[in-house]
Design a protein around this ligand. Sequence first.
Ligand code: SDX
Length: 383
Amino acid sequence: MEEKPNEVHYGLEGVYFTDSKISKVDGINGRLYYRGYAIEDIAKYSSFEETCYLLLYGRLPKKEELDSFSKAMAAERDLPDFIMDMISKLSGREKQMHILSAALSALSAFDPETEDQSPGANMRKSIRLISKLSSIVAAIGSAALGNGYTKPSKDLSHAENFLYMLAGKKPDAGKARMLDKMLMLHAEHSSNASTFACLVSASTLSDIYLSVVAGISALKGPLHGGADENALAMLHEIGNPGNTEEYIEQALAGKKKIMGFGHRVYKTYDPRARIIKESLMEIMNSSDEDVKNVTSIALRAEKLMIDKLGKTHGIWPNVDFFSGPVYEYLGIPSGLFTPLFAASRIPGWCAHIMEYWQNNKLLRPLENYTGEIGLKFVKIEDR
Ligand code: SDX
């Protein structure tokens, strides 16, 4: 009997592989919910610390719970000397995601609880990962900027401490709040490629550290977390707003992908991009002429892409498009954008790993084999 051809879902497009209560991405209506709360409310009323608590514990904390959680996070910001040595030795090679991955793997060999898979240990490691990843990224950026190493402060918020460690001076409240919002907006997004990579590793019962390293590897790619850096590079390449139309037309004619646009799930405006765009208005009122220029180009490119590919092809701005001008305004070097994306996404990764382990199933999909079988083996002397 003729075998029925296998039904192949390339890129696992449209395939549901598990249940989850962590976030809902509504791609048709352009809505995003963390544990049931709309992302607009999270960005407006919450903080990165409170968002981490919500994602990890599944509910909003009471004031005293948030205070002790924030203290526990701050207590974990310090880095061992050997991590600092590694960062300073590898700095200056423009391979920030590789340094991040190496530093995290080294940290996993150092943590006494790495192999302890108990829920308590996994929660403690999640808090450690959230704090230490941020310190590592700030230290990588600071070394790249030639600012030396600024030890973390336990008296600052998570976002304030990141900017303090990066620049060696305390940030102004407006910029700290802007970064806090960016961290919340990047904290979680259902089964995106890097979260899925974490779960493939976790499903073998590997440990949370090395499962996160798998996520960092996936996030690096320009089709995923690497898009923010490439989108900003495009804006700088366009150079001034008057060149925008011609540049975009030529790129599309050459079948180039415009970084920061399109999404596997959102077929309308990414709600996070809409919120980030609000920060651009603050930038346009600033005195930073360079960032104002790239912001004007971004706003022109947005309008053009929506007219050309939005309504007709469902290709709209995503979270990565406006992030570049905001990070540049915050003094964050572009090579640090994707590592910062990792430092933002870590609560989402940890929440998914711990949730998946509650009903673990090894992730092992099938391939549709299209090669030959039954070939006669010919010895090397007879070939
Ligand atoms: C993130 O999944 C998540 O949730 C990810 C994320 C998260 O928070 O974790 O939201 C973060 O990764 C956002 C996406 C960042 N990546 C980019 O901005 C890179 C540029 N975007 C594209 O590479 C693309 O849109 C993807 C990869 C994001 C999604 O692509 P799909 O769903 O696999 O669709 P596809 O690549 O097959 O594109 C379908 C068509 C193609 O045209 P045809 O070959 O059919 O003629 O749309 C075109 C594509 O060429 N297209 C684009 C485009 N994106 C898709 N054309 C021009 N510019 C683009 N940006």
